[in-house]
Design a protein around this ligand. Sequence first.
Ligand code: 6GU
Length: 225
Amino acid sequence: MRIDIISVLPELLESPLGHSIMKRAQNKGLLEVHVHHLRQWAVNEYGQVDDYQYGGGAGMVMMCEPLANAIDSLSKDRRYDEIIYMTPDGQRFEQKIANRLSLKENLLIICGHYKGIDQRIRDHYVTMEISIGDYVLSGGELAAAVVVDAVGRLLPGVLNDETSALTDSFQDDLLAPPVYTRPADFRGWKVPDILLSGDLKKVDEWRYEEALKRTIERRPDMQQE
Ligand code: 6GU
């Protein structure tokens, strides 16, 4: 999968996407992330990419022309499956959307800043608008990094243990069960006996029951089949 990102603050994306699993995904050639500075499509020598909003009011708006030129230019080299705009008024990001996006070949993500981007770009180019939750960030970059991470780790071959994405919280509309490692007794705090029993069927049943209990208690809003 290839993901292109348009941003006015590319530095914000480097660290989150340059480590651990995201680094491995890219080193293995399973994920390509290309961050493009919007300024290279600025309308003048000052590198202007935003302007005052029509109708007045505080806050700048990202202009049509640099964004349209950026998208047109990038679209010459490949056909994007989705052109995604990161915005707090978008569709709430969740595991099912990550799953769906992980099946695509080419994604283009636009990170907004200030008051956001000119509505006409949203109307004529953007195919999907994503929010990562009901709070406001200073820009779309951290949200884009969240989406790239959630999608990238689902690509076949990225995780070491191929089954481990399947047992994540949310993958079956269930939170994950508690986990333990050595020692079996730490300060008198014991690991549940069942996990030491070696009975894999019992362990699986216990994990399922714990996951269910945790989900009902903490997330009564999550749909139980
Ligand atoms: Cl995608 N962008 C911004 N600026 N704030 C957000 C967000 C996105 N999702 C939640 N808050």
